[in-house]
Design a protein around this ligand. Structure first.
Ligand SMILES: [Zn+2]
Length: 430
């Protein structure tokens, strides 16, 4: 029957399915009548939409619930935990895996130390494929059917072609991650690759400490530093406009990740901040990440654990950070001095972001979050000093609570977003 409907009716149906699903995610389980009242859709339309979402296993029926004040109990509808997704972040010194169901509940989560410098591209891709196989099998074993998988990589990614164009800190150039990974996987599975900061920003926007904030910038704090920015489509006016923080759960439906003309925006770590500076992994000098990246923190505070030294086991980033924190807690003057200097540079870059985007919040990821108590005083002071607009004071840094799994979580989140944007991409049963 649906095959004979005109294309515009199909588009309307698809949009209404998406709207219904998005409403259920934001508002939680509710009756069909409550969904109709909240979305403005007709009750019979909602019933039909819910039937289709049930057949695609995107929602499930819950027990009897009272629908508003009408008094007549109706069956509730909730997001289904039967479908899920996997995200895997491959970074310089770790591989993070996150698997969750449609409701965002974590099913699988782990991080293993990894040394990209000692693995050639093929080796990295083998490790990725192995991690993917294992995570997908774990989801299935836990009763969750994976719909897709997204890989997060610190570099410029051609999302449409599934190719990492360049990832300086991994030493990658033109790596066809998606075609290589998809080879060994179920063809029904959606496989994608995206920039780590973009995916982490998606996770923050959906589930993080500043969830739903329309004007949000996320900063990764690992060896490389990248940024992901959300804007809500107003022509470059930033958070100075009418709306600021919204409710959680990605409720601000019109906010979108800003990707730029080729999808390469957010290379904040390579902002040239010093005309004659230290060499950067990208081949240039004086890039911001040479001032604030994790490698610089380690080099200055715990040089004996500096990146690229020795050939022993690679410590997980959190182990390196724990050692830095021990020295800070012991009030080692050199460590305090170094972290204050890095905090100042963090505020310097933050001011550039504030001047460009007028964000409401800059979410600090990775080690920035772990050491926020030490970094923030200097960073916030420098931000206030250097940002042009006086409402810069209304933009603040907040520490992410998603840690080094934000990008992997966002990888799973990207698959879920696509399911919610177009529920008809999920096959119906029978
Ligand atoms: Zn650079």
């Amino acid at each position: 029957m649906m095959g004979t409907e005109p294309a515009d009716q199909l588009a309307v149906r698809r949009a209404n399915l998406s709207r219904t699903l998005r409403h259920i995610r934001a508002a939680g389980p509710g009756s069909r009548a409550a969904i109709a009242a909240a979305t403005g859709l007709h009750k019979t339309t909602v019933s039909s939409l819910v039937e289709e979402l049930l057949s695609r296993r995107l929602v499930r029926e819950t027990g009897l619930e009272r629908s508003g004040t009408a008094g007549r109990p109706g069956r509730g509808v909730a997001l289904s935990p039967e479908l899920g997704a996997v995200g895997i972040e491959l970074n310089v010194d770790y591989l993070a895996v996150h698997g969750c169901d449609l409701t965002g509940r974590t099913v699988v989560e782990r991080r293993v130390s990894f040394d990209a410098a000692r693995r050639d591209v093929e080796g990295c891709l083998d490790d990725l494929a192995e991690a993917a196989d294992r995570a997908l099998a774990e989801l299935v074993a836990r009763g969750v059917t994976p719909v897709g998988l997204t890989v997060a990589v610190p570099g410029l990614v051609d999302v449409a072609r599934g190719v990492v164009v360049v990832a300086p800190n991994l030493g990658w150039r033109d790596v066809p991650v998606v075609s290589r990974l998809a080879k060994g996987l179920d063809p029904a599975l959606r496989v994608g690759v995206d920039n780590d900061a973009n995916l982490a920003a998606l996770a923050e926007f959906t589930w993080g400490v500043a969830a739903g904030t329309a004007d949000l910038v996320y900063l990764t704090g690992s060896v490389g530093v990248g940024g992901g920015a959300y804007g809500d489509g107003r022509p470059l006016r930033g958070a100075g406009g009418a709306r600021g923080a919204g409710a959680g759960g990605g409720a601000t439906a019109d906010a979108r990740l800003l990707r730029g003309a080729d999808g390469f925006s957010g290379e904040i770590g390579h902002l040239p901040v010093e005309p004659v500076g230290d060499p950067c992994g990208c081949g240039r000098t004086g890039c911001w990440e040479t001032k604030v990246g994790l490698a610089e923190l380690v080099r200055r505070i715990t040089p004996e654990f500096a990146y690229g030294l020795g050939d022993g086991p690679i410590p997980d980033p959190q182990e390196r950070i724990a050692e830095v924190r021990r020295r800070l807690d012991a009030r080692d003057p050199a460590a305090v001095d170094a972290v204050t200097g890095i905090g100042r540079w963090l505020g310097h870059g933050g001011a550039i972001l504030v001047n460009l985007f007028n964000p409401r919040v800059v979410v600090l990821g990775g080690y920035f979050a772990d050491l926020a108590d030490h970094l923030l005083p200097a960073a916030q002071a420098q931000l206030t000093r250097l940002a042009m607009a006086s409402p810069a004071a209304r933009c603040h840094f907040v520490a992410s609570d998603l840690g080094f799994t934000a990008a992997a979580r966002g990888g799973a989140g990207a698959v879920i977003e696509r399911m919610i944007d177009d529920p008809t991409t999920v096959p119906a049963d029978g």
